[in-house]
Design a protein around this ligand. Structure first.
Ligand code: MSP
Length: 522
């Protein structure tokens, strides 16, 4: 079965934000992990381009909405390329095929009797593109997320009969694996328990949207349109715009990875829409936390927004990925702290991992003719580092399966730390000076190089660049995890102890990870 995973489809009202990069990097690590395990993967990201927010932004910029969307979606495309995100699809909801998919889907929902006309009154946040739960009589309410005034709306719209799906949604969200992390379930539970109300799925007087067939003057509500982007995205380039074809290409999704802000849409509205259209439901919705910077919400007014393009330029892919994935428990809120960022990258990557490889490979080359030393007992599974490697392998694989990137990163790092400890205890530099110790030194260096090889492989989904520089330095093949990776992968087998061949040439070492200077990312 295809492993289909998605990021949210990002609004193109502004250039990409560190928050969008965060979700996308995490999904990239997950997509690479699945490919390394040999799963066929469709990794979907994209841009959400319709609705009032986009229309207004374009007007303010003096552009047509389409020209505005073309410009910003290009920035997304360019950024993901620079980050080497391994997505298989980048869907834009202004894609002409998407319009047809939305209309075909709507026809199924309408045929199920789930579309009714109604009057929509309420307080609306254009930035969220969402009606808020504030009471009608509220005076000047504001959006708790955007801190901007809500707008009063009173329109005749088409409604989706969400209320019909109360029981099915309750059953769905009570399934242990559906909403993750489990700590986020309560919030959705409480919302559903209050009783699901029908929601409007069309707008009048909003030209920047997909027209609703058979309902003159109505365009689809941007969320109804956007969620379906996950399905349109499955179409291959040569496919006609046909809902069943798209479904056959990899639906249902294995996981929708999103921020906690949009959990309700994914865990309640979306499954109900799919049920109405008679389509299978995604297996899991993972709502991660929000990033702040030095304890403050990132925002234009504070002038503290971290630009992911800038960060990449100054600090590099490995450093940023490591910090975000290793330091912030995926699922919880996290704070971007410059000092901690620099410290972690320098300690973990430059010192613990980079130096370990560099110095061990230098010793092996100097004393063993530029080759992996001959070894006997170090190649067997009862060597202490073999056991450390087995623990790291087991923990990393299990953690990645659960999107627990932090535990996965820590487990790989632990192995490098164990290898450093072992090296310092054995002190081959002194032992080599003693007579008759060469064979033991060979075994010790072999074990440390082997631990470095397994560390590098375990890091492949998390930090593909650093992982490949390490493997190249060890004279090893680099497993493919990118968008075009072959479906057959031997990565899991390669994680077994003893894979390094004694006597294989060791290339000349050069530092695999540069240190970061504290002010590099300000
Ligand atoms: N267009 C909708 C999603 C439609 S999906 C069918 C949308 N777009 S958005 O551009 O506002 O992106 C929201 C997502 O960006 C969040 O769910 C989260 O994944 C990411 N983030 C935006 N700011 C963030 C932080 N400060 N921290 C972490 N991630 C956040 O909602």
């Amino acid at each position: 079965m295809t492993y289909t995973l998605t990021t949210p489809l990002y609004y193109v009202n502004d250039k990409p934000h560190l928050g969008s990069a965060y979700t996308t990097l995490a999904c990239d690590a997950l997509a690479r992990f699945q490919r390394l395990k040999g799963e066929p993967v469709v990794f979907i990201t994209g841009c959400d381009e319709h609705g009032q927010k986009i229309q207004r932004t374009a007007e303010t910029a003096g552009l047509t909405p389409q020209a505005h969307c073309d410009g910003v979606s290009e920035q997304y495309r360019d950024l993901w390329n620079r980050w080497q995100i391994s997505h298989n699809r980048l869907i834009r909801t202004t894609d002409p095929r998407h319009r047809q998919i939305v209309q075909q889907f709507f026809a199924r929902v309408e045929a199920s009797g789930d579309i009714v006309e109604g009057r929509q009154q309420g307080w609306y946040c254009v930035a969220c593109e969402e009606f808020k739960d504030d009471p009608h009589e509220a005076q000047d309410p504001e959006c708790p997320i955007h801190r901007r005034p809500l707008e009063w709306r009173d329109e005749l719209n088409l409604f989706f009969r969400l209320s019909r799906y109360q029981e099915q949604i309750e059953t769905l969200i009570s399934q242990p694996g559906f909403i993750q992390p489990a700590s986020r379930r309560n919030e959705v539970d409480n919302f559903v328990k209050q009783g699901l109300r029908d929601f409007s799925i069309s707008r009048v007087n909003l030209p920047w949207g997909i027209p609703v067939p058979g309902h003159e003057g109505h365009t689809f509500y941007v969320w109804f349109d956007a969620l379906l982007g996950y399905i349109t995205a499955l179409l291959e380039e040569s496919d006609a715009a046909d809902l069943d074809t798209a479904i056959a290409r990899g639906w249902p999704a294995s996981v929708h990875v999103i921020g906690k802000d949009i959990l309700r849409f994914h865990a309640v509205y979306w499954p109900a829409m799919l049920l109405s259209a008679g389509l299978p439901l995604p297996a899991k919705v993972f709502g991660h936390g929000f990033l702040t910077r030095e304890g403050q919400k990132m925002g234009k007014s504070l002038g503290n927004v971290l630009d992911p393009a800038d960060l990449l330029e100054r600090c590099g892919r490995d450093a940023v990925r490591w910090y975000l994935l290793r330091d912030i428990p995926f699922g919880e809120d996290g704070d971007f702290q410059q000092q901690r960022f620099t410290d972690l990258v320098n300690n973990d990557l430059a010192n613990t991992i980079g130096n370990l490889l560099n110095r061990t490979s230098s010793m092996a080359r100097r004393w063993f003719e530029e080759r992996v030393p001959p070894a006997s007992h170090a190649t067997t599974s009862n060597h202490p580092l073999a056991q450390a490697a087995e623990t790291a392998r087991y923990t990393t694989l299990k953690a990645l399966d659960q999107l627990d990137f932090r535990s996965a990163a820590e487990a790989a790092l632990q192995l490098a730390m164990a290898a450093n400890g072992f090296l310092n205890e054995q002190a081959p530099w002194s032992r080599m000076k003693q007579e008759g110790q060469e064979a033991e030194v060979g075994n010790d260096l072999y074990a440390v190089l082997e631990a470095a090889r397994i560390t590098a492989l375990l890091m492949a989904p998390l930090l593909p660049d650093l992982s490949s520089r390490m493997l190249i330095q060890l004279g090893q093949p680099v497993p493919e995890s990118g968008a075009d990776a072959p479906e057959s992968s031997t990565w899991v087998e390669q994680l077994q102890w003893g894979g390094l061949c004694c006597g294989a040439p060791l290339p000349e070492p050069s530092p695999v990870m540069a240190r970061l200077e504290l002010d590099a990312c300000l």
